[in-house]
Design a protein around this ligand. Structure first.
Ligand code: BG6
Ligand code: MG
Length: 217
């Protein structure tokens, strides 16, 4: 049996969600907008442009397109500064063994990320060669919870959506997988990700029996 295993990037493969948060927080602070960890959950899985709009809405701030563009550039420069020294040590615990297991079992693997910085991150962490397909923020027009990113990934792998498994740490991403008729696996807090079919606190909690069972189904 062959299934498609589709991984989100930020917060699933690498712990970059914290860097996105820090970079947005800096902008929010400059604009005098309160921006908590809970607010940040709304931004996970969401595109850069939409994230800024959400922050501005939180602070009820109206801004010109010029200002917005400046903040978007500033946010990304700040974010990228956190990634300069990134290497394989930033791969989240348990991820590498699962990727290896999937490869050994000839299961196709794809990336399904909203980020436009996905490829350099996979390169820096040495994971690029594990992915048979990469769909990222440069490829899609509709952001999660629209399933476009995952549907495109499954299509590239030549696997039907119902035979696809999506690993996601964001609410929007879990919803996208569900709407796309895929099996959603939430990585994180059960309270936050309750819409997922399965939930694990991280990849160390996923054993190979679980993966084998999914392949067999
Ligand atoms: C998602 C992150 O993976 O990518 C979001 O969860 C981020 O926090 C989005 O805003 C876009 O990323 P980037 O790297 O293109 O700004
Ligand atoms: Mg994520």
């Amino acid at each position: 049996n062959t299934k498609a295993f589709i991984f989100d990037l930020d917060g699933v493969i690498v712990d970059t969600a914290k860097y996105h948060y820090l970079a947005w927080q800096k902008i929010a602070t400059e604009l005098n907008i309160e921006f908590t960890h809970e607010h940040n959950e709304l931004l996970k899985g969401v595109s850069r442009v939409r994230s800024l709009d959400i922050i501005l809405e939180l602070g009820k701030v109206e801004a010109s397109q010029e200002d917005k563009n400046r903040w978007l550039v500033q946010k990304n420069e700040d974010y990228l500064s956190y990634l300069v020294d990134m290497d394989a040590s930033e791969i989240l615990p348990g991820v590498f063994p699962i990727l290896k297991f999937l490869k050994e079992n000839n299961q196709p693997i794809a990336l399904g990320s909203a980020s436009k910085n996905a490829r350099p991150i996979l390169e820096k962490t040495g994971l690029l060669s594990y992915f048979d397909a990469i769909v990222d923020g440069n490829d899609v027009t509709n952001a999660k919870p629209d399933p476009e990113v995952f549907l495109m990934a499954a299509k590239l792998l030549n696997i039907k959506p119902e035979d696809s498994i999506v690993f996601e740490d964001s609410v929007a991403g879990v919803q996208a997988a569900n709407i796309g008729n895929m099996t959603s696996v939430g990585i994180g807090e059960a309270n936050t990700l309750h819409e997922a079919k399965y939930i694990f606190k991280d990849f160390t909690a996923i054993d190979t029996n679980f993966i084998e069972e999914i392949i067999r189904k």
